[in-house]
Design a protein around this ligand. Structure first.
Ligand SMILES: [Zn+2]
Length: 211
């Protein structure tokens, strides 16, 4: 569920004190229009009723997008120096919240910690770009009979990669060699898939890489 708070704000331009509304929890699945506002850089912008001066309210916010297996705790930029503490706090709070939830509703992926909404916007844009290339790869692999593995969103995020991974072999989990051979086939079909070319370079440079 998305929620907002009314907070006291002092206008940095004219000094007027007023009540402003800021979002403290955004559920992108239920309220996609809030995601649009966020991506447009308009979320938590507050305008002074006296002089119309607009400020961005950098507050703690929780962002949830279940379809993308994304749960992000976003702290203000000014708290970046407390990263280690906040990471622990987040893990503890998440565990506690999960413990009292019915088993079926528990979240199976880990929350991530970010500072400032700009970092979240960047992550969402990056994942949209990866998803776009993933979709192209899926179509090309299907057309050319290249096998693929579909990663869960949180798994792909952890690896910093696309969800569709071309592969060879028949094992339940493709090996590094299977994936490298799969990517090679895909890049022969379409050499301009730059994220896959990057993934190939990453895997080649890392002999211990596993899916
Ligand atoms: Zn003002």
């Amino acid at each position: 569920m998305s929620t907002f708070n009314d907070i006291d704000i002092e206008c940095p331009q004219c000094g007027q004190e007023f009540r402003g509304t800021v979002w403290v929890a955004v559920h992108a699945g239920q309220d996609p229009e809030l995601k649009d506002l966020l991506l447009g850089g308009e979320l938590n912008l507050v305008s002074c009723p006296e002089c119309s001066y607009v400020t961005y309210q950098d507050r703690f916010m929780i962002y949830q997008e279940p379809r993308a297996e994304l749960l992000a705790y976003i702290y203000p930029e000014s708290q970046r120096d407390q990263q280690d503490e906040l990471q622990k706090l987040m893990q503890a709070g998440f565990k506690e919240a999960q413990a009292v939830m019915p088993e079926k509703e528990r979240i199976v992926y880990e929350p991530i910690l970010l500072f400032g909404l700009e970092a979240l916007i960047e992550l969402l844009r990056e994942e949209a770009a990866l998803a776009e290339q993933s979709q192209i790869a899926q179509v090309l692999c299907e057309q050319n009979k290249v096998k693929t593995e579909l990663l869960r969103p949180a798994h792909a995020r952890r690896l910093g990669t696309m969800r569709i991974i071309p592969r060879t072999g028949n094992g339940p989990i493709p090996t590094r060699t299977d994936v490298l051979a799969g990517i090679e086939k895909l890049l022969e079909i379409d050499p301009v898939l730059d994220f896959y070319a990057k993934l190939q370079t990453t895997i080649q440079a890392n002999p211990g890489w596993t899916l």
